[in-house]
Ligand binder design. Structure first.
Ligand code: HEC
Length: 137
């Protein structure tokens, strides 16, 4: 017969394992995308948005773009959100509109994220501008 303390231990262990672990994985998987957006986009597409594109100041707001012309899951090339970061600097509408494209590595992160279905964590994450505002010229 198992001791009550052992039984309690097993119950606690099971309870701990039953907690959704997914959420941490989701947050970790989204982290690189978050960094790209916070470094290059959120300054202008946050609370004080300057564009017709809906704001992306948290992940719930971002998820409202998914499944529309802005972000087509699985299809980066069809997603406005991705197209604008691949335009050459001199094309009007290239993002950020600073005359400087974001690093290729960051473009790749956005591309892969959309290709993989543009998943955002279920738990809402606030997105804040990181670093200086990307210059407009
Ligand atoms: C310096 C401010 C600024 C930054 C930084 C910036 N944007 Fe924009 N964005 C704008 C403005 C202003 C507009 C509206 C003008 C326009 O529609 O061309 C816009 C429009 C857009 C549009 C809609 C334009 C269209 O042609 O459909 C998308 C999509 C977009 N931005 C994505 C991004 C992404 C992704 C980033 C980060 C890589 C980013 N923006 C960074 C200022 C910015």
């Amino acid at each position: 017969m198992m001791k009550p303390t052992t039984l309690l231990g097993i119950c606690l262990l099971l309870a701990a394992c039953a907690q959704p672990q997914v959420s941490n994985e989701e947050i970790a998987a989204f982290a690189p995308v978050r960094t790209v957006l916070e470094t290059n986009c959120v300054h202008c597409h946050g609370d004080n948005r300057l564009s017709t594109m809906p704001p992306i100041n948290d992940t719930h707001a971002l998820s409202k773009l998914i499944g529309s012309q802005w972000i087509v899951p699985g299809k980066p090339e069809a997603s406005r959100f991705y197209q604008v970061v691949t335009f050459p600097d001199e094309i009007p509408g290239a993002m950020p509109p600073s005359g400087h494209a974001i690093p290729t590595h960051d473009v790749h992160i956005l591309k892969q994220w959309i290709k993989d279905g543009a998943k955002v964590p279920a738990h809402n994450i606030k997105m804040e501008p990181r670093g200086p505002l990307p210059r407009s010229i």
